[in-house]
Design a protein around this ligand. Structure first.
Ligand code: 16G
Ligand code: MG
Length: 546
């Protein structure tokens, strides 16, 4: 076995690990300042090759740090069906990343042994990168790692994260999911989009126009590539296209969602339809300003509700008996949960933060719509549901209404990237739904009213002292924190609050909602103080917002 690892060991010394540096494969892979990542990239090339040998399938490695600042970077692994890498291998990733050079062989042997990997098995790894300055050399280090273990690699170069997920899935389903090329991706999604919007003939030119904030990242480049395919039915103006602004700086989906204001670099007129992607284009939020110039955000919860409403109508029209559910996290606005459960009567599930948890939960249903409030999400259709829809669409004995619904459902499935949340695919789906329903953003926004909310961060000496339960909605430790939150929440109307340790930053996040913005702000501040006092806050005490 050692012989197979010799080259890897030799090459590893060209990608030296800073002695003592410990990094962890977090919620979405490794993510930190780009300068600390070269050895991580090489080793993830090694690990992806081992994972490929184990699964006898193509594995993906994406070099990106999503919405983080430009100077950061990161890497995540993609499993054969285009999903996030399985948790046991996150552990191996951490193990391999933190082994000192002299322990690397032992770490590789350990993983190979535990997983009973046949080291002589062929391996194949797809690699992609975002537009950060550091991504070119870091993705080369991933390729070096793959080559060192004798794996085959395909370098997709600049792609969005969801595009790479898509390629991996296409490759491992022998093309059943689509063709593993950029052309294949655009042509699949855009053909479905044009088919869907063909049914919306009375749209005005105004309604065909969309302003997109590309966060100065990869999403902007890819939209430019795609534009001509959809032009007939959607005219896109791209802002923050990376030609001058800085990646994610005062723009992008994360900025807009957290700051609850429009990004820099975009001029919005009242009524304009706008959306923002994040730095690797796996998140999207929509927004507009009204005639008073007031900003309105349509976040992941609003998107899930719109999609769910649309799908439910089509399922009814098609006369299909399919169970639809929405999966959310603790951050979901209370109004959205109430609307979905009470008015729409759909099943709502709450999971821990992080795409893999939502994705996993959504797989349990015929149709699982999952979205984080921050705009990451997609829709999963079970194999049985897809087959039922397909059969119905081909059934010549049914009436026109059922037929039309079945055909629309078919194209809806095609426009969706089911491997992971995808800003481009979500955007096309949302645009198609609005077109088909003849709906403006204002009308969409009016489906329910968000409860005012606030998110804050608290610095503590060790955020792991906070342990949560009930999908992060309750704090189990430190002692007294949950009781303190309960007491504070009771002071306000329609209030809810929780604190959870971040999976991507060294902070505790606090979320609060209440029936007025003042109360949401006050509650968020009071809960932050409780966290600061009970969970070992460092630095100055949190100050009130007003
Ligand atoms: C990562 C997650 C995202 C989650 C966020 C929470 C993936 C691909 N991304 O970006 O889903 O909302 O972390 O960050 O899983 P936090 O733990 O710092 O609040
Ligand atoms: Mg992202």
């Amino acid at each position: 076995m050692t012989a197979h690892f010799e080259e890897a060991l030799k090459q590893s010394s060209l990608h030296p690990k800073p002695a003592g540096l410990i990094l962890e494969y977090g919620t979405s892979g490794f993510r930190t300042n780009a300068k600390q990542l070269d050895h991580i990239m090489f080793r993830m090339g090694l690990l992806a090759t081992l994972r490929s040998k184990k699964t006898k399938a193509t594995i993906g490695v994406m070099v990106t740090a999503s919405h983080n600042p430009e100077e950061d970077n990161g890497v995540k692994l993609i499993d054969p069906m285009g999903e996030m890498v399985t948790p046991a291998w996150e552990g191996y990733a951490t193990q391999l990343a933190n082994a000192e050079q002299e322990d690397l062989l032992a770490a590789m042997k350990d993983i190979t042994g535990k997983e009973a990997i046949d080291i002589t098995q062929e391996a194949s790894v797809f690699v992609g990168k975002d537009t950060r300055g550091s991504s070119a050399s870091l993705s080369q280090s991933v390729l070096d790692g793959v080559n060192a273990l004798g794996g085959h690699s395909k370098n997709y170069g600049l792609v969005t994260t969801p595009q790479l997920h898509y390629m991996v899935c296409c490759q491992n389903t022998q093309g059943k999911y689509g063709e593993a090329t950029m052309d294949g991706y655009y042509s699949k999604l855009c053909t479905a989009f044009l088919h869907l919007t063909k049914h919306a003939s009375n749209r005005t030119d105004d309604q065909k126009h969309l302003c997109v904030d590309g966060a100065n990242g990869i999403g902007a480049l890819k939209l430019q590539e795609m534009e001509s395919h959809v032009k007939k039915n959607l005219q896109i103006s791209i802002f923050n296209d990376g030609s001058k602004g800085k990646l994610n700086f005062q723009c992008g989906a994360d900025f807009v969602k957290v700051q609850q204001k429009p990004p820099a670099g975009i001029e919005i007129n009242p009524g304009d339809r706008c959306c923002s992607f994040d730095g690797d284009a796996d998140r999207i939020v929509y927004y507009y300003t009204d005639s008073q110039g007031c900003f309105h955000l349509l976040d992941g919860d609003k998107i899930a509700t719109l999609i769910c409403t649309y799908l439910k109508e089509l399922i009814n029209q098609a006369g299909l008996d399919l169970k639809i559910a929405v999966v959310q996290t603790a951050y979901a606005n209370g109004s959205s949960t109430r609307y979905l459960e009470d008015t729409m009567k759909v099943i709502v599930k709450c999971t821990k933060t992080g795409v893999k948890h939502l994705h996993h939960a959504a797989l349990e249903f015929d149709i699982g719509v999952y979205f984080e409030a921050n705009g990451h999400g997609t829709v999963l259709f079970s194999k049985a549901a897809e087959e039922m829809i397909q059969k119905l669409a081909e059934d010549s004995s049914i009436n026109d209404e059922r037929k039309k619904a079945a055909v629309l459902l078919q194209s809806t499935i095609t426009v969706i990237n089911q491997t992971v949340g995808d800003a481009i695919s979500d955007m096309l789906l949302i645009e198609a739904i609005l077109a088909i329903k003849g709906m403006t953003l204002q009308q969409w926004d009016a489906i329910y009213s968000d409860l005012p909310n606030r998110q804050l961060k608290v610095k503590v000496s060790d955020r792991r002292v906070i342990d949560t339960a009930d999908a992060e909605r309750r704090a189990v430790s430190p002692a007294g924190l949950q009781e303190a939150i309960d007491t504070l929440v009771k002071k306000y109307r329609q209030a809810r609050s929780f604190a959870r340790p971040s999976g991507t930053e060294d902070v505790v996040r606090v979320y609060a909602e209440a029936d007025t913005q003042e109360d949401a702000d006050a509650l968020a501040h009071e809960v932050s103080l409780a966290v600061y006092r009970l969970a070992g806050g460092v630095g100055d005490e949190p100050k009130p917002l007003h």
